[in-house]
Every structure is written in structure tokens, then in C-alpha cells.
Design a protein around this ligand. Structure first.
Ligand SMILES: [Zn+2]
Ligand SMILES: [Zn+2]
Length: 224
């Protein structure tokens, strides 16, 4: 209801083709998903599972729609920093269009957002995407992970980020061994957050942890 009221005041334009109506029109969503390549989320090497053997992680499959550039960059930046709350719908649509069928017992888990950022934005951006995706697929949504510290990533060096992330998460309720847990985040930068979120679930007993990210920071093509 709030989304509709706001769009009357300021109509949304497609980030890709500028058409009026939504932040990403349906045909541009299809184009973005069509162009997505199956590559390792960390090193960009061609890899159908989304995570290659040499990048070894605590998650065994990963999906990402593309690099954080063009329409995806604008979508994520406006969603995170300009309070374009409605962008969560386009993000969830992209995941729904890109990710193959998942087992019916898959549990969708958002990477928890730092409380101060939720207060600034007025919404929990990863929770909204994860919830909308779970609803579309008829999967269970469970915000299992809690933030154990309030430390900030922005501006931190790569090794500082890994150190902060290692202490960042705990589980808020029971984790079962069998169902796959699908972690949802908007952006992947170093992979530290995702790695330790997956490790937390793994250490709590989850056998299968997967990850779905909207976009990752652009990186150079793998050196051949
Ligand atoms: Zn468009
Ligand atoms: Zn890799």
C-alpha cells in the first residue's frame, strides 16, 4: 500500500530502459537473467555450481544474477541508500527467474542486516528480498542468523573484514542437518560475510548450505 502511494507521487522508471511503471520492467528482467553466466561467485571462473573447487567455501552452491554494474548497480544502490523500498520486488523476481527449482524443504535465510542500517533505511533490505523469494517459491523463510557484533564493514581492509565477519553471526534457533539452507544477500564484496554465515550454519549442524546473491562487485576476468 505504501509502495503504491509513493509511486503516485514519484513514478518509478525502469533502470535499464527508462520505461515508466517499475524500477525494472519485465522485459529488462528477462534480458538480465538471460545474460547471466554460470560462474564462480568468488573468482568468476566458468562453473555451473556457482562456486569452484579452488575457492572452497562452507556453501556448496551459489547463484548470482550478475556484476554490480548497470541496472543492477542502480537497483541495489537506490534500494540500500535512497530508500527505494519497492526495489525488493524486482530483486526477488530476478532470483525467482534465475534460480532453478529447489527442494521443497529448502529453508530461506537472510544474511542479517546491521541494526543501525535497518533504522536508517526504515526496512531490513535482505529480509524483504528473502521473504518475497520464499513466498514466490512456497519455501520456508526463517531469519535464523543473528548478528553477534555491531562492527561495520564499510572502509575496513580485506583482512579486517574477514576478522569482523568471523565473529559476526550466531544462530537464533535450532538448525537441522537435512534441509538445504539458502542464504540470501544483496551484494558480495570479498565473500567474507557469506563465508562466515555459511560456517555458522554448518557448525550448528547444517549439511547443505547454498547461497543466492543479487550482484557481486565487478572483478577482472579469470587469468587463463
Ligand atoms: Zn526496462
Ligand atoms: Zn572460484
Amino acid at each position: 500500500m505504501i509502495d503504491t502511494a509513493l509511486s503516485i507521487v514519484a513514478p518509478h522508471y525502469c533502470y535499464n530502459c527508462q520505461k515508466t511503471g517499475s524500477v525494472l520492467c519485465d522485459s529488462c528482467k528477462y534480458d538480465i537473467v538471460d545474460e547471466a553466466i554460470e560462474a564462480c561467485i568468488i573468482c568468476n571462473a566458468p562453473e555451473p555450481s556457482g562456486i569452484c573447487v579452488s575457492c572452497r567455501t562452507f556453501y556448496e552452491k551459489a547463484w548470482h544474477i550478475g556484476s554490480r554494474e548497470g541496472a543492477l548497480l542502480q537497483l541495489i544502490n537506490d534500494y540500500k541508500f535512497e530508500r527505494v523500498r519497492v526495489a525488493y520486488k524486482a530483486a526477488a523476481d530476478l532470483l525467482d527467474m534465475y534460480i532453478p527449482d529447489l527442494p521443497a524443504d529448502t529453508v530461506v535465510v537472510p544474511i542479517p542486516t546491521i541494526a543501525a542500517h535497518i533504522r536508517q533505511r526504515g526496512y531490513d533490505h535482505t529480509a524483504l528480498i528473502a521473504k518475497a523469494f520464499a513466498r514466490k517459491r512456497g519455501l520456508t523463510y526463517t531469519p535464523l542468523l543473528k548478528r553477534a557484533t555491531t562492527s561495520h564493514q564499510r572502509g575496513a581492509s580485506r583482512s579486517e573484514r574477514f576478522k569482523q565477519a568471523a565473529a559476526a553471526f550466531s544462530v537464533g534457533s535450532a538448525v537441522e542437518s537435512q534441509p538445504p539452507y539458502l542464504l540470501i544477500d544483496d551484494v558480495l564484496t570479498t565473500g567474507a560475510t557469506l563465508q562466515y554465515a555459511a560456517k555458522t550454519l554448518h557448525d550448528a549442524g547444517a549439511q547443505h548450505v547454498w547461497a543466492a546473491i543479487i550482484a557481486r562487485q565487478p572483478i577482472a576476468k579469470p587469468i587463463k
